[in-house]
Design a protein around this ligand. Structure first.
Ligand SMILES: Nc1ncnc2c1ncn2[C@@H]1O[C@H](COP(=O)(O)OP(=O)(O)OP(=O)(O)O)[C@@H](O)[C@H]1O
Length: 633
C-alpha cells in the first residue's frame, strides 16, 4: 500500500496542476484578475506617454490640446489608483476559492489512501504537511507570479519600444543588467526549497510541543510532573533551529542579490546622465526625458519584478510539487476489484509474518489462527505481543510480508479495502474521542446512518446503540441531550456550545456504542474495550458482546483474563506466534501453561493482601471453579 508521493513530479505537471486548480476553482475571478493585470500594465505606459505629450505641449513642442491631455492623464491616474482595490477583491475571491478546492482535493486523496503508512513515515508526514501548507496558497501565488511576469512583460515591451527609439544601446544595456539577477534568484529559489524540508520537520516537532503545552491532553501530567519548562524549552529549541535556517536564507538572499542590484542601478544612473546631457544639448526634449525616465524606472522595476516572480514561481513550483505528489500521486490504484462477501464460514490467518518496516524487528512470526463465524475468540498476551497489530492486519491497514489471511478461503488482498472494512466493526484500543456532539460521535460508526444535524433528533439506531453500551441515560441527561458537544474546546454563540467533558469510562461506552451501531457486521473486534469501565459496566458489556453471537465472529482482546475466559476459545500470543490455544478450562489444565500462570498471577495480585482463608477461597494455588472471574476481575 505505497503511494507515488515518494517520486519527483515534473515541473510542467506541477504548473499544469496549479493552473487547472485556479481555473477549476473560480474561472471568472481568474479572468478578471488577468484583465486587470493587463490594464495595470498598460496604465504606466499610457501615463508616461500622456505626461510627455503634456510637457511637450506646455513647452511649445507638442501638437495636442493641453486640457484634453491633462484630462486623459487625470483619468488614467484615477483608474490606476482604483485598480489595486478591485484587483485585491478579485484576487481575494480567487485565493479563497483555490484554497478551498485545494484543501478538498488534498484530503480526498488522503482519505483515499487505504493504509496507515502515510502517517508513520516521517518523510511522508513532512510531505503531507508541506502539501497542506502549499495547497492553501501556492496555486494562487503561482498564478500571481505568472501575472507579474505577464504584466512586466507587457510593460517591458511597451517601454522597451520607447527606450529603443531614444537609444537602442541603452535599451540593450538595461535589459542585460537584469540577467545576473535572474540567475541569482533562480539559484536562491533552489536553495530555499531545499531548506524547506528542514523547516517543516522542525515546525512539526515544534507544533507537537506547542499542542502539548496548549491542549488539555497533557495538562494534568505537565503540572503534576512539573515538566512545563522542559517541554517549553524543547519547543523553543525547535523554533530556534527553524529560525536559524530562515536567517541563513535571508543572509544568502542579501549576498546573492547585492551585486546584480548594484549593476542594474549603475546602468540606470549612467543612462540618466547620458539623457540629461542630450536634453542640455537640445537633441532630446524635456518630454523625451520624462518618458525616458519613466521607461528606465519601469523597465528596471518590471524586469526586477519579473525576475523575482520567476524565481518565486520556481520556488513555489518546487514546494507545490509536494502537493501534487500527495493530491495527485495518491495511492496506487489497487489491483483488487472484488467486493468482500458476508462471512459464511471462517477467517484463517495462515503463517502470518509481519514487521512495520524492513529495518524493524518482526512483530508476528508465523501466526496461524482460525476465527469461525459465530465464534468468540479471546486474544491475550503481554504488552507488545502483537495483538493490536493483528487487528490492524485484519482491517488490512498493512499488507503481510509473508503468509495469508483468508476470508472464507479468499485472500484479503483480493478484496477492495473499503468492502472488507465494511464487513468489520472494531473498537480500537486508541479509539477517537471526536470533538463533536454525542449523537454525531455515535452516528459516525456507520455511514449508512444519517449523522444528525445540530438540533436534529438522533436516529433510533443511535439511541439503541447507546442503550446497549450503557451510556444512553448519561447522554440523554446532558444539557442539550444527544446534541451536546462532547468537548470544552470550542466556544459557541450559546452556552450549550461550550459542551461537556465525559469521563474515560463514559467515552469508552460512547466508542462501544459507535461500534455497536455496525454490530451486524461479520467480524466484531474489541481491543481492550472495558479497561476504563466499572465492574457493573464490564458485566453489562460482556452480556452485550455475548448477545452479538449469532453468526458473528468476535475477537476480544483484553488483559483482564476474567473477561476473555468465557470466550469459545482463547489464544495466547507470545514471541510473535500462537503459543497456547483452547478453552479457559483446557488452558488452565496445561502443565506449566503460560495462560494459567498469567491467570493465577492476576488472581494472586487481587488477593495478595487477603488473609489465608480468603486466599484459600480464591484458590490462588488453583482458583476455585466459579470464582475465577470474580478474583481475576
Ligand atoms: N506503527 C508502528 N510502527 C512500528 N512499530 C510498531 C507500530 N505499532 C506497533 N509497533 C510495535 O509492534 C509491537 C506490537 O505492538 P502491538 O500494539 O501490536 O502490541 P499489543 O500486543 O497490542 O500490546 P498492548 O498489550 O500493549 O496493547 C510492539 O513492539 C510495538 O512497538
Amino acid at each position: 500500500m505505497t503511494d507515488r508521493a515518494q517520486h519527483p513530479v515534473s515541473r510542467r505537471r506541477v504548473a499544469a496542476t496549479a493552473l487547472r486548480l485556479a481555473l477549476g476553482a473560480h474561472r471568472r475571478a481568474l479572468a478578471a484578475t488577468l484583465l486587470f493585470a493587463v490594464v495595470e500594465a498598460t496604465g504606466p505606459i499610457a501615463a508616461a506617454w500622456l505626461t510627455k505629450q503634456l510637457i511637450d505641449s506646455l513647452t511649445g513642442h507638442g501638437t495636442r490640446e493641453v486640457t484634453a491631455v491633462a484630462a486623459a492623464l487625470a483619468a488614467t491616474g484615477v483608474l490606476l489608483a482604483l485598480l489595486p482595490y478591485v484587483d485585491d477583491l478579485c484576487q481575494g475571491v480567487l485565493t479563497r476559492a483555490v484554497a478551498l478546492t485545494a484543501q478538498d482535493r488534498l484530503f480526498r486523496a488522503v482519505n483515499a489512501h487505504p493504509g496507515l503508512d502515510l502517517y508513520e513515515d516521517p518523510v511522508r508526514l513532512d510531505r503531507l504537511r508541506l502539501a497542506q501548507q502549499s495547497g492553501q496558497d501556492t496555486p494562487v501565488q503561482l498564478v500571481q507570479c505568472a501575472l507579474i511576469v505577464l504584466r512586466s512583460g507587457w510593460t517591458l515591451v511597451g517601454f522597451a519600444g520607447v527606450l529603443a527609439a531614444v537609444s537602442p544601446v541603452l535599451a540593450g544595456l538595461v535589459l542585460l543588467g537584469a540577467v545576473p539577477k535572474l540567475v541569482a534568484e533562480l539559484r536562491l529559489a533552489r536553495a530555499t526549497a531545499a531548506a524547506f524540508a528542514g523547516v517543516t520537520a522542525g515546525e512539526r516537532r515544534e507544533a507537537f510541543f506547542s499542542t502539548l503545552l496548549g491542549g488539555t491532553t497533557a495538562a494534568k501530567e505537565i503540572r503534576l510532573f512539573g515538566i512545563g519548562d522542559v517541554l517549553r524549552e524543547r519547543m523553543l529549541v525547535e523554533r530556534r533551529a527553524v529560525n536559524r535556517i530562515r536567517h541563513r536564507l535571508d543572509v544568502r538572499r542579501l549576498s546573492v542579490n547585492s551585486l546584480p542590484t548594484l549593476l542594474a542601478s549603475g546602468v540606470a544612473g549612467g543612462g540618466l546622465l547620458w539623457a540629461v546631457g542630450h536634453v542640455s544639448a537640445g537633441t532630446l526634449t524635456v518630454g523625451d526625458l520624462s518618458v525616458f525616465l519613466a521607461a528606465v524606472a519601469s523597465v528596471q522595476g518590471g524586469l526586477g519584478s519579473a525576475v523575482t516572480a520567476v524565481a518565486n514561481g520556481h520556488q513555489h513550483l518546487l514546494v507545490f510539487a509536494e502537493y501534487v505528489a500527495v493530491a495527485e500521486g495518491g495511492a496506487q490504484p489497487g489491483t483488487a476489484r472484488r467486493v468482500a462477501d458476508p462471512l459464511r464460514d471462517r477467517i484463517v490467518l495462515d503463517d502470518v509474518w509481519f514487521r512495520y518496516a524492513p529495518d524493524l524487528p518482526w512483530v508476528l512470526r508465523g501466526v496461524t489462527l482460525t476465527v469461525r463465524a459465530g465464534e468468540s475468540v479471546g486474544l491475550v498476551g503481554v504488552n507488545g505481543a502483537g495483538k493490536s497489530t493483528l487487528v490492524k492486519l485484519l482491517c488490512r491497514f498493512y499488507d503481510l510480508e509473508r503468509g495469508r489471511i483468508l476470508w472464507d478461503g479468499t485472500d484479503l488482498r483480493e478484496f477492495t479495502p473499503e468492502s472488507l472494512r465494511d464487513r468489520l466493526s472494531v473498537v480500537f484500543q486508541d479509539f477517537v474521542a471526536y470533538e463533536m456532539t454525542a449523537a454525531e460521535n455515535i452516528a459516525l460508526g456507520d455511514p449508512a446512518v444519517d449523522v444528525p444535524t445540530r438540533d436534529g433528533a438522533p436516529g433510533p439506531e443511535v439511541v439503541e446503540a447507546a442503550r446497549e453500551a450503557g451510556v444512553h441515560q448519561v447522554l440523554a441527561d446532558l444539557p442539550a441531550g444527544y446534541d451536546t458537544m462532547l468537548t470544552r474546546g470550542f466556544f459557541g454563540a450559546n452556552d450549550r456550545d461550550s459542551g461537556v467533558v465525559l469521563s474515560g469510562g463514559q467515552w469508552q461506552r460512547v466508542a462501544l456504542a459507535r461500534a455497536l451501531l455496525r454490530a451486524d457486521r461479520d467480524l466484531f473486534v474489541l481491543d481492550e474495550p472495558t479497561s476504563g469501565l466499572d465492574p457493573d459496566a464490564q458485566a453489562e458489556v460482556a452480556r452485550v458482546i455475548r448477545g452479538l453471537g449469532q453468526g458473528r465472529a468476535r475477537l476480544l482482546i483484553s488483559h483482564r483474563l476474567s473477561e476473555v475466559r468465557a470466550a469459545d476459545r482463547i489464544v495466547l500470543l507470545d514471541g510473535g506466534a500462537v503459543r497456547e490455544e483452547g478453552t479457559h478450562e483446557e488452558l488452565m489444565r496445561l502443565p506449566s501453561g503460560r495462560y494459567a500462570e498469567l491467570f493465577r498471577g492476576q488472581a494472586a495480585g487481587f488477593w495478595e493482601d487477603a488473609s489465608g482463608p480468603e486466599r484459600e477461597v480464591a484458590g490462588v494455588q488453583g482458583v476455585e471453579p466459579g470464582r475465577e472471574q470474580e478474583v481475576a476481575g
